[in-house]
Design a binder for this molecule. Structure first.
Ligand SMILES: Cc1ncc(COP(=O)(O)O)c(C=O)c1O
Length: 251
């Protein structure tokens, strides 16, 4: 596995050089290709979404210089601060929203992102469809499925997926795939296989699954997109760690 012990992104690491990002990218790409070949899939079938949340523009610039073009961000505000300038220099950059989206941020999100991976509720689907029509900018959408049926996690429950996809179709939302974040304490392969089965049943070609610790497993089970942060950019500062990954202290 790539070096996930790289230092947190701080002013110091910027000064000290961020070359480990290019090295990590090469390692991740190599392991992705190996995982694809091991199940006789062409490596070009799998897109690497580099998750740059909490990492600053210099880190993203190093990845861009190393040929990376697809990035994932969790928050509209953070992405809006970093990416418009980078896009001017790299018009072929592709930006994915991978975190929860509030309906009051939909206008900005539709203008800023290229793909919304986290369509997770009917109200959001309706707001996105209306805003895409208003801007005449049709972003590819993935539906986030809460495969572990975790109460604190976003996503459509597997039992509600048929109805939700039907709703999205009626709204004209361009849903092309499914995305999941497996529970931290469960075997991810079970969740990846479940998601792959649901996508196949619905004829959806895109499967976004697999993060730093398990992207090889996800590729073996059919991922077309893997979302990798830590293995490329190093550890995120504590504030950037998702609440699901943090054990709350007992008061
Ligand atoms: C939805 C989502 N996908 C992927 C990642 C990347 O995870 P990792 O740093 O383990 O690669 C994150 C990170 O927070 C995330 O929120």
């Amino acid at each position: 596995m790539p070096d996930t012990t790289a230092p947190e992104a701080t002013e110091d690491t910027a000064a000290a050089g961020l070359s480990y990002i290019a090295e990590n990218l090469a390692l991740v790409r190599g392991q992705m290709a190996d995982a694809a070949r091991s199940v006789e899939r062409p490596p070009s079938q799998v897109v690497l979404v580099a998750v740059s949340k909490t990492h600053g523009t210099p880190a993203v610039e190093v990845a861009l210089a190393a040929g990376q073009r697809v990035f994932g961000e969790n928050r509209v505000q953070e992405a809006a601060a970093k990416f418009p300038a980078l896009r001017q220099q790299h018009p072929d950059l592709e930006l994915h929203l991978i975190g929860p989206l509030q309906t009051n941020k939909v206008r900005e999100a539709v203008a800023l992102f290229d793909v919304i991976e986290s369509v997770d509720r009917p109200k959001l689907a309706a707001a996105l469809a209306a805003e895409m029509a208003a801007q005449n900018r049709w972003l590819r959408c993935f539906v986030q499925v809460n495969t572990g049926e975790e109460p604190q996690k976003a996503g459509i429950l597997p039992g509600d997926l048929d109805g939700f996809l039907e709703e999205c179709r009626n709204l004209g939302l361009p849903v092309v795939g499914l995305m999941c974040i497996p529970p931290v304490d469960e075997e991810p392969a079970l969740h990846f296989a479940l998601l792959a089965g649901m996508a196949q049943r619905h004829g959806l070609p895109v499967l976004s699954m697999g993060m730093s610790g398990d992207y090889d497993v996800a590729i073996a089970l059919g991922a077309t997109h893997v979302r990798v942060g830590t293995a490329i950019f190093g550890r995120r500062p504590a504030a950037g760690i998702s609440p699901a990954a943090v054990v709350a202290p007992l008061s």
